[in-house]
Design a protein around this ligand. Structure first.
Ligand SMILES: Cc1cc2nc3c(=O)[nH]c(=O)nc-3n(C[C@H](O)[C@H](O)[C@H](O)COP(=O)(O)OP(=O)(O)OC[C@H]3O[C@@H](n4cnc5c(N)ncnc54)[C@H](O)[C@@H]3O)c2cc1C
Ligand SMILES: NC(=O)c1ccc[n+]([C@@H]2O[C@H](COP(=O)([O-])OP(=O)(O)OC[C@H]3O[C@@H](n4cnc5c(N)ncnc54)[C@H](O)[C@@H]3O)[C@@H](O)[C@H]2O)c1
Length: 474
């Protein structure tokens, strides 16, 4: 007979979202069961953020050797030991893994079950030989790589972000289907490490960012040697003598591109199969599990967070949603998830970061929109580093309320934090005029943006009149 557990909370999936819910709830002393069918840490630790950022870090070192000449230091072609690079990637994962481990969560008081979970009724989940009848459930089962309907794809050897981390030989020529964040980050990493790389994008590369921002990053990728073809129609793929052949429909005909390896980075699909959603009355679509603004599914006792609900697929989005769910499920407080306050960063070099509304969406929602743009060429730190690509763009109301910001350039991901806070708190650009940024830092650019907004008023007739009038007092 199955063991029956009756915790307050049952969390399905031990990735970015599920771990955050479980840790917070256990911190409040609440009985929690956490069910994970594969690896603790989910995508972020095992196949996503962590290995990709570690690989990019190695690639950055290789690129620094190539470009050292600008600084008066002998440049050269880096010697890349790919096995050692991948050993570095795994060492980074191993350093972070204890935070997400079964041992840590068990020590926190969480009951961890290593099995696949499925609803057997509206209020009961089965996992292995255990049945969990919890007060509330949280589905945080993440997503998996989507395979586009390209002829021959399922029969042709290909990599996804689930498998690319097992490579131990650097691909001679890596063709990538999809020019989103995954495709572009990995394109730059492999190119810098020495692979020939071709990105095949059906629409616009990095379409999650405003076109003028994405263009800066794509231009940099192209300068470094990544071939980016867009828009292209990948008609078919098949096995070739030395790897794969990719047929591209072009001008009414077909051209064939040969590559040693094929990476499919064409988006994600929610992990909902086998969850028994129907049995629990939980609605879903190919985009993911349907939730309301408070992250509740169509079954009021069940929440869903993270990649499985589609939309903002980021570790920090899953983490933020986890906090909201804990507030709602444990303290019964009303919560609302606002996707506009979630920053979006793509870790190419230059990095792309954005939060809130871009200019086009702001103009569709507000009557009077002001936009200020400051290029990094005006920033002394960027000049010192000989890395002046990019800009900060701030989108505001006529009175200066910050609606959104986008940064393209080195460390854009670090800098967007302040703007995220500003958007979330509805701050005015005046706040950035009060910023005392250490010199020389890239963050000074925020103060420049504030001055650019106020300059026409400060140097206008009113200000000059006041100064003239004050002269009468001495
Ligand atoms: C290559 C790549 C790079 C990325 N880089 C970044 C980045 O730099 N920054 C960023 O913010 N985001 C990044 N992401 C996105 C980020 O990884 C995801 O948004 C995040 O992991 C989503 O967290 P989650 O909790 O929703 O799902 P996951 O972390 O995927 O966790 C879901 C867990 O649920 C488990 N599970 C599924 N079904 C069941 C079941 N039926 N029973 C039990 N367990 C189940 C899975 O095994 C998995 O462990 C990247 C993604 C990829 C692919
Ligand atoms: N830095 C980060 O935070 C980071 C990094 C990587 C991934 N992620 C997350 O992971 C998610 C998935 O990223 P992704 O890049 O796989 O997906 P994506 O949906 O963002 O991009 C996929 C791209 O593939 C293209 N595509 C789809 N089918 C195609 C076809 N048949 N031929 C050619 N191109 C095709 C699409 O037009 C799109 O541009 C993102 O939503 C992102 O949130 C985040």
């Amino acid at each position: 007979m199955a063991t029956r557990l009756t915790p307050d909370l049952c969390v399905i999936g031990a990735g970015s979202g599920g771990l955050s819910v479980a840790a917070a709830a256990a911190g409040f002393g609440v009985p929690v069961v956490l069910v994970e069918r594969h690896r603790m840490g989910g995508d972020c630790l095992n196949t996503g953020c962590v290995p990709s950022k570690a690989l990019l870090a190695a690639a950055k070192r290789a690129q620094a050797i190539r470009t050292a000449g600008t600084f008066g230091i002998a440049a050269g072609a880096p010697t890349v030991d790919f096995r050692a690079v991948m050993a570095h990637v795994r060492a980074v994962q191993a350093a972070i893994a204890p935070n997400d481990s079964e041992e840590r969560f068990t020590a926190l008081g969480v009951t961890v079950i290593r099995a696949s979970a499925r609803f057997v009724s509206a209020g009961v989940v089965a996992a292995g030989d255990v049945e969990i009848a919890a007060r509330r459930f949280v589905i945080a089962t993440g997503s998996k790589p989507a395979l586009p309907p390209i002829a021959g794809l399922t029969d042709t050897p290909h990599l996804t972000t689930d498998t690319i981390w097992d490579l131990d030989v650097l691909p001679r020529h890596l063709a990538i289907i999809g020019g989103g964040p995954v495709g572009c980050e990995l394109a730059q990493a492999f190119c810098r490490l020495g692979s020939a790389v071709t990105v095949l994008e059906a629409a616009r590369p990095l379409a999650g960012h405003a076109a003028d921002c994405a263009d800066v990053a794509i231009a940099a990728l192209r300068r470094e040697g990544v071939v980016v073809r867009s828009p292209v129609d990948v008609a078919a793929v098949h096995r070739a003598a030395d790897g794969v052949a990719i047929e591209i429909a072009e001008n009414g005909g077909r051209v064939t591109l040969e590559a040693s390896h094929l990476l499919v980075a064409a988006g994600r699909r929610p992990n909902v199969d086998c969850l028994g959603l129907d049995r629990a009355g939980i609605a879903s679509s190919p985009r993911g599990i349907a939730v309301d603004a408070g992250l509740r599914t169509t079954n009021r006792r069940v929440y869903a967070i993270g990649d499985v609900i589609g939309g903002t697929m980021f570790t920090h989005a899953a983490g933020w949603q986890a906090g909201l769910v804990v507030r709602s499920a444990l303290f019964r407080l009303p919560v609302t998830f606002d996707p506009d306050v979630i920053p979006r960063v793509t870790f190419t070099d230059p990095e792309l970061a954005a939060v809130g509304l871009d200019e086009a969406s702001a103009r569709s929602r507000h009557r009077d929109v002001r936009v200020v743009r400051v290029p990094f060429s005006d920033n002394d730190r960027a000049q010192a580093e000989r890395d002046t690509a990019g800009f900060l763009q701030v989108v505001m109301t006529a009175r200066g309320r910050i609606l959104g910001a986008a940064i393209v350039g080195r460390d854009a991901g670090e800098m967007i934090g302040a703007w995220s806070l500003a958007v979330a708190r509805g701050a005015n650009i005046r706040t950035f005029a009060a910023l005392i940024a250490p010199y020389p830092t890239r963050a000074e650019i925020g103060r420049r943006a504030a001055f650019a907004f106020f300059a026409p008023r400060l140097t206008g007739r009113l200000a000059k009149g006041i100064i003239r009038a004050l002269r009468w007092f001495g």
